[in-house]
Design a protein. Structure first.
Length: 569
């Protein structure tokens, strides 16, 4: 296994993405040259990796592949741009800017991601620079939304406990700023070296990341109990805010979470974070930085499949990691403090925080903001934004919170939602607690559908829940087009992970708190088999559950899945 010291001492060991990073001149590469090359709709091969650090993925419309090949045309190259929103809170003006950008440069839709980010799809290379400029004009950016760096830092968006929410959100932004790459490449390439909002010039080198950056992506989330609505155990670092006597006492810190794995490679696996102690607020940025630096120095730079922090921890041992963290940070971790999670879901409808402001949780199916002939969601939300009477909070469950609404403005929002017939009540409980990744037709890693397929599948599953009298049960269901876990399938009560077109592995047994991995139940199922399995499971659950027992707990108690023996087809 090559570590950072190995490739520093022997540069020839830096191969693949590691070599691209090291030779990129701090993320510049030949991106500028690629952007002005009008012969192709793509960028140079190495630049596809560097673009990720700028928040951009090169993709193709896979459904046009055969047709274009027959016509002897290159693939239809398009780009996805991801916009960081630390803590998930954006203004009305920023929402309107995202709305305009999606129409002017994208495919007319806005995707709300499972990491509290905006995502645009379908941007052409010729429009890429202008779209990034417009994003930055709104005082948001795409830098480090992807790539081998710390990505968008998440935080509970719903301030049900407003007294500590503001402080926790401030810490979220502190961590985000501290871990943002310092290379001026982003401003040079996309903003013609211009800074916005009085920003300071960036450093010529990377004092934290160095020219090698991290071995793989890195994810951080903060949460305020009792809601685990950012699924902190699925992150490299998860911070659980602890309130004592109305004040923020500090954070329990969990390390080593991550969802991705590779079918057939037993070295890879999903893992939930391990709580290693408690950190006071004044020390949290230093401790977080030290975790990142340990991963920078000791993470695997030879095999990207086993390069995440979870593998570093499991290879070295949790005791080694904790000691290394305390030594590097010069901070002694305190014992974990008690806390309680009751759900990793969002709260829908109106709720008032302790400061007297209202917040409305709005269900957005799979995070896709769009207009159709019979469902004008995008127009509805735009009309609310034009009133400038609320902020817009992206949740980690792909939903939207209309936040900080004063009493007299509640009826205005209610009237607009009513005018466009947008209501949480129009959706089943199962649908409201579902997640899906984008998958086909643009994700190059997807084997199967997810976002486009799941709504129709839920239509059929809803009939089964209704027949068994469990239609009001808030069962978490997640679907991904591959095993990488972008919709966090491996801690859901039910998950479907794509293996081939129309074929999924089925997982059972996660819990409502997000603190237990599910297990493989059946492999290679098509839709009729999925529905048949759910008919049996839901009937058993409806007739055999204990009082207040959730579906995930029921499947675990009844040993449909276990720690030792997954039931396979």
């Amino acid at each position: 296994m090559n570590t950072l010291d190995d490739i520093r001492n022997n540069p020839e060991k830096a191969v693949g993405v590691e070599k691209i990073k090291a030779d990129s001149n701090y993320l510049r590469g030949t991106i500028n040259e690629s952007l002005i090359d009008r012969i192709t709709g793509a960028v140079a091969e190495d630049d596809t990796q560097l673009l990720k650090f700028h928040g951009i993925y090169q993709q193709t419309d896979r459904e046009l592949g055969s047709e274009r090949k027959q016509q002897k045309l290159e693939p239809y190259f398009i780009f996805m741009a991801r916009v960081r929103v630390p803590g998930g809170i954006s203004t009305s003006e920023q929402w309107l800017a995202m709305d305009r950008i999606s129409d002017e440069y994208g495919n007319g839709t806005v995707k709300l991601t499972t990491r509290q980010a905006f995502q645009f799809h379908g941007i052409l290379k010729a429009n890429l620079k202008d779209s990034i400029k417009k994003i930055n004009d709104s005082l948001l950016d795409t830098i480090s939304a992807c790539g081998d760096v710390n990505r968008n830092v998440m935080c509970s968006p719903n301030p049900l406990n407003a007294d500590i929410h503001a402080e926790v959100n401030d810490i979220t932004h502190q961590i985000s700023r501290h871990l943002t790459p310092q290379s001026p490449a982003y401003h040079e390439i996309w903003l013609d070296k211009q800074l916005v909002a009085g920003g300071e010039p960036a450093a010529e080198t990377e004092p934290l990341y160095t020219k090698h950056y991290l071995p793989r992506k890195f994810k951080i989330a903060l949460v305020i109990p009792p809601y685990n609505d950012t699924d902190i155990f699925t992150n490299d670092i998860g911070l659980i805010a602890i309130e004592e006597n109305g004040k923020l006492a500090g954070f329990n810190i969990a390390v080593g979470g991550g969802m991705g794995n590779t079918i057939g490679d037993e070295r890879t696996y999903p893992r939930l974070g391990t709580i290693i102690g408690f950190v006071e607020p004044g020390n949290i940025t230093k401790v977080v930085e030290s975790v990142v630096l340990i991963q920078r120095d000791f993470g695997n730079r030879e095999d990207r499949k086993i390069a995440r922090l979870k593998y570093t921890i499991d290879n070295k041992g949790i005791d080694w990691f904790t000691n290394a963290l305390e030594t590097r940070s010069n901070i002694k971790l305190l014992p974990e403090k008690p806390y309680t999670f009751k759900s990793n879901q969002d709260v829908y409808g109106w709720g008032k925080d302790t400061a007297g402001n209202w917040h409305f949780g709005l269900f957005i199916e799979n995070g896709r903001i769009r207009d159709t002939a019979n469902f004008r969601l995008k127009t509805c939300v735009r009309k609310i934004a034009e009133k400038a009477i609320c902020d817009f909070r992206l949740s980690g469950n792909q939903n939207l919170i209309l936040g900080n609404v004063i009493d007299q403005n509640k009826p205005i929002i209610d009237a607009i939602l009513s005018e466009y017939e947008i209501s949480n009540d129009n959706h089943s409980a199962l649908r409201k607690y579902s997640l899906a990744c984008v998958a086909l037709n643009t994700c190059p890693l997807a084997f199967a559908e997810a976002e486009r397929y799941l709504p129709g599948l839920i239509d059929k599953i809803d009939k089964i829940t209704l027949a068994n009298g469990i239609e009001k049960d808030e069962i978490s269901l997640r679907m991904t087009g591959c095993t990488n876990g972008c919709a966090r399938p491996y801690n859901a009560e039910i998950a479907f992970v794509g293996r081939a077109p129309g074929v999924y592995n089925m997982y059972l047994g996660g819990n409502r708190e997000g603190s237990r991995l599910n297990r493989l139940y059946k492999e290679m199922l098509k839709e009729p088999e999925i529905l048949k399995e759910l008919e049996v499971l839901f009937k058993a659950y409806a007739t055999g559950r204990k009082e207040q027992e959730t579906f995930g707990d029921f499947t675990w108690r009844k040993a449909y899945v276990t720690d030792q023996i997954p039931i396979t087809a």
